[in-house]
Design a protein around this ligand. Sequence first.
Ligand SMILES: [Zn+2]
Ligand SMILES: [Zn+2]
Length: 644
Amino acid sequence: MINITFPDGAVREYENGVTALDIAKSISEGLARKVLAANINGQVWDATRPINKDATIKLLTWTDVEGKATFWHSSAHLMAEAVETMFPGVKFWVGPPVENGFYYDMDLGDRKMTEEDLAALEKKMNELAKQNHAYIRKEIPKAEAVKYFTEKGDEYKLDLLEGLQDGQITFYTQGNFTDLCRGPHIPNTNFIKAIKLTNIAGAYWKGDEKNKQLTRVYGVTFPSQKELDEYLHMLEEAKKRDHRKLGKELGIYTMDDDVGPGLIMWMPNGTIIIEELEKLAKETEADAGYKRVVTPHIAKESMYLTSGHLPYYADSMYPPMEMEGERYYLKAMNCPHHHKIYAAEPKSYRDLPYRIAEYGTVYRYEQSGELFGLMRVRCLHMNDAHIYCTREQFAEEFRAVNEMYLKYFKIFGIDKYVMRLSLHSPDKLGIKYVNHPELWKETEEMVRNVLIESNIPYIEVQDEAAFYGPKIDVQIYSVIGREFTLATNQVDFSQGRSFKLQYTKPDNTTEVPLIIHRAPLGTHERFIGFLLEHYAGKFPVWLAPQQVKILPISDKFLPYANEIKSKLHKANVRAEVDERNEKIGKKIREAELSKVPYMLVVGEKEMNEQKVSVRRQGKGDAGAQFIDEFIKMIVEEIKTRKSE
Ligand SMILES: [Zn+2]
Ligand SMILES: [Zn+2]
């Protein structure tokens, strides 16, 4: 018998040679139907592979990243089998899972693959999947593997074999297809219920353009048709909601060759959104006891040597500029400047927690190939702040920061989010992590407790902390389910030491403060990119660049329209009049397209009754209202930052 330890710590005895699938069955048949693979002693294994010694186990299903990866990699094998039936003699290179699906690189000789072939391949894959072939693992001596692929005439697999050691080589077979592969794989092809081959591309062998160009076929598969349909719908929506397309259509931002790649210029409409976001942040931070600061965009080399950004982070910084015999750098983060503000006046325990905030502009060097719309840029405006506190204050401060995140999520209608708690690894203390084992233990424990107590969904990952402390990466999901990394919430017990920051304790000794780095709204660039997709450009009234468009039925009602406009302006509502001599139908259509939340149609009847005919964008006629009533309503809607 062997002992199997489950994630909750429970230990159960099983016969030697038991498989993860057997173990799942011993729990429930329903679970067994969902198990794709298992994490055995930290390694992902086939669910059907016998376990021959005591082990820890985590059963992996579709909801686990590794479960999905196993599913998609197995789908790549299935695709290869289908390709082989249609293109006999095809040779395969590698077929890994990727973020959303999988691909396989192949050498089709002088044949070409077309879009029509993809449809036929999908059909073939569906047919093969239904035949319910098991993925069978076989350990194989190197000589035998070499013989197999020599006979097959496959120089690519022979090349892969060269780098492998005898005794570690495995073949996987499903149906009529055998591949050199270290696995793992799902139990059988019948798990794969929905298939979409998405793209054909060229890819140089080993990524080297001097090598032969292979054909790369991308695909994605799901355990049900429903999930595939949802995925395809999401892709379609994402295309419509593309922040680059909407950003241009709505006059949010622009870029220019003469300014440079990755340098965003915010146009008037985008600037309104920025100002509203900053207003929200300033109000929220003032309520939470933050003070605001302003710092320059550059600093001397010596400061970044102190902070450790130089030389370690130099690749992500702009090159220095020389001035008066000194080297200056554009700032890539605001922390060092803030530490200097902390240090500018002596601090005692009474001054803590000391919270300073700044919408700081930072410059980061991203390779030009990596730049992407608002998501990857070279100049960012960050919702930054640093909290300097004692160890006793830490948990409370950290909790307050988390609550701020949740408050923002509510305002922006972000229903789905996950926090990823990155921890250190004790065997890398002093190498990858600052060597303060107790502080690590203490802060990690505190952070974990805050997450548990606040009921925040989170996952823990080992060995991914920052050099100077544990961190939380916040992932948020737009309404169409796309994931964005928003910001990091970080604990830091090292920079305080580097900058010789301290405070006096009640007994007159000194101590280094803990520092929390936080940026709940991330950067304007990334957050507005997210919001454009999230709202499909239809911003809630408080954020909308233009809140009201007044549409007079004819020129005769222009004076009344302008009277309404000035009333709205007095109430701090952003309003414009469509003064063109156009048909009202056209004015309404165009206002709808520009996504202004409210349209006020005015004609004879409205003027005589001091009313407006209200239209809500996307929802049509909302009836007539007295102008003062309308103003009262919209002002309230703006003030409360109503999301719908
Ligand atoms: Zn494989
Ligand atoms: Zn910082």
